[in-house]
Design a protein around this ligand. Structure first.
Ligand code: ARG
Length: 482
């Protein structure tokens, strides 16, 4: 018979046991659950709701259960339905009557919301640290890139030359925004729902601020109904994960392209490549492809929770039990993607010569030739047409605009002087884009400074976060059964 046996005459249908249980997923939250119960019992005693002796017995019992789970010496039983009941019933087995007083003034509804928020904070913090790790790898890859240039693209067609460092820094800024989103998700989770009880608060003189403080929350959720029915903090986390996964997917796609024979811009290290079971020559970017692929899974987790929540009346509904699996999966998947991407970026070889060799395709200098004419008085639209004709001529000759003889330029416009060759020089083209945020080496050096400063601000922000209760081995991002 279940914990609520009093009201029931029949046992639950066997088919509902596994169906109704969340234990296989939420056992990952055992440390958060135990911390929540210790805080609750401590507060109950401080408020004179239970005796200090009972609270001491409860806390000691909970710690011994935690030690057993830590050691892998605890057998979970699906009949307990979820982690809250698994721990409470084991506690009562171990310490007897005081165990039965733990749930005074509490419901699983505020308990699960508390555990989930504590878990979300730990996940957000771990992902913020992993985000910083990838940014470090990209910053040093950008540093190492020196003055390597590659064809910047629009529509996947050669457009204008850019510094490879500039290209990599674009991802550093994208990841900076991802960090901000994770930080916001952390803050959204950082309020305690404990004390809301089932939905309406309780008749006991609970001190919600005390339990919030003991658990490292920055405050309490103001409305008891909202406290037990809000899962926005998980949506925030999964959205942050989804956007970051999408960013990693875009970089992964570039890695797949760059490491192909057609591009040849980078060579992945053997440690981050795979071979083929039949074609002996193959070296495949499987892990970049997998990062791209796993993005669908992370976004799927977000969509699943949005759809689960959308029709729910206040307050708690059992549908909400479906919230944790996707959130844990999204965070764990993203953490793995970040670790693999960090390794891949740190170990690739950049083929700067190859990048340079393909620059003479695609008329990368065309905009600058038009600018040359416009700076000598020709309206830009007209200059655009003149250069368009030059490109056509080059196409007919099967060469790049940069390889046309001076006479062809001369015929196209009398504004062309011998110094046009300077406008065709790819390094000069790059060096001339000195706009703030542009690709000139001077501008990129400035940008690098700012990206590093921003990195340090974020590194410090992690140190300033409210305390978290880290996952135990059943729920750690890189391992466990979640
Ligand atoms: N296992 C449940 C969940 O994950 C805990 C809360 C259950 N509350 C209830 N009233 N059935 O959501």
């Amino acid at each position: 018979m279940a914990l609520w046996g009093g009201r029931f005459e029949e046992d639950a249908a066997p088919v509902t046991q596994e169906f109704g249980a969340s234990l296989p997923v939420d056992k990952a939250l055992y440390k958060q659950d135990i911390a929540g119960s210790i805080a609750h019992a401590t507060m109950l005693a401080e408020q004179g709701i239970i005796s200090h002796e009972d609270a001491d017995a409860i806390c000691a019992g909970l710690k011994s259960i935690e030690a057993d789970i830590d050691a892998g010496a605890f057998t979970f039983n699906i009949a307990d339905e979820d982690i809250h009941m698994a721990i409470e019933s084991e506690l009562t087995r171990r310490i007897g009557e005081p165990g039965g007083r733990l749930h005074t003034g509490r419901s699983r509804n505020d308990q699960v919301a508390t555990d989930t928020r504590l878990g979300a904070k730990a996940l957000a913090k771990d992902l913020m640290e992993a985000n910083l790790g990838l940014r470090r790898a990209l910053l040093s890859a950008a540093e190492d890139a020196g003055d390597a240039v590659l064809p910047g693209m629009t529509h996947l067609q050669h457009a204008q030359p850019v510094l490879f460092a500039h290209h990599l820094l674009a991802y550093v800024w994208m990841l900076g925004r991802d960090f901000t989103r994770l930080n916001a998700a952390f803050n959204a989770a950082d309020l305690s729902p404990l004390g809301a009880a089932a939905l309406a608060g309780t008749t006991y003189p609970l001190d919600r601020r005390m339990t919030a403080g003991l658990l490292g929350f920055s405050g309490v959720v103001e409305n008891s109904l909202d406290a037990v029915s809000d899962r926005d903090f998980l949506l925030d986390l999964e959205y942050a994960c989804s956007v970051m996964a999408m960013h990693l997917s875009r970089l992964a796609e570039e890695i797949v392209l760059w490491s192909s024979q057609e591009f040849g811009f980078i060579t992945l290290s053997d440690a981050y490549s795979t071979g083929s079971s039949i074609m002996p020559q193959k070296k495949n970017p499987d892990f970049a492809e997998l990062i791209r692929g796993k993005t669908g899974r992370v976004v799927g987790d977000l969509v699943q929770l949005l759809v689960t929540m959308k029709g729910l009346p206040l307050a708690y509904n059992k549908d909400m039990q479906e919230d944790k699996e996707g959130a844990l999966d999204a965070a764990k998947t993203l953490a793995q993607c970040l670790a693999v991407m960090t390794g891949m970026v740190s170990t690739w070889t950049v083929n700067a010569d190859r990048m340079r060799a393909v620059m003479h395709r695609g008329h990368l200098a065309a905009t600058d030739v038009a600018d040359y004419l416009a700076k000598r008085g020709m309206p830009f639209r007209e200059a655009h047409a003149v250069v368009g004709h030059l490109v056509l001529e080059a196409e007919k000759r099967g060469c790049d605009i940069a390889d046309l003889p001076f006479e062809v330029f001369e015929q196209a416009s009398e504004l062309f002087g011998r110094d046009i060759t300077k406008a065709l020089d790819l390094d000069a083209i790059v060096a001339a884009r000195t706009t703030e945020g542009g690709t000139a080496p001077t501008a990129v050096a400035e940008q690098m400074k700012r990206a590093r400063a921003r990195y340090l601000v974020d590194e410090n922000a992690v140190k300033l976060l409210a305390p978290v209760i880290p996952f135990g081995h059943l729920g750690h991002l890189g391992t466990g059964s979640n």
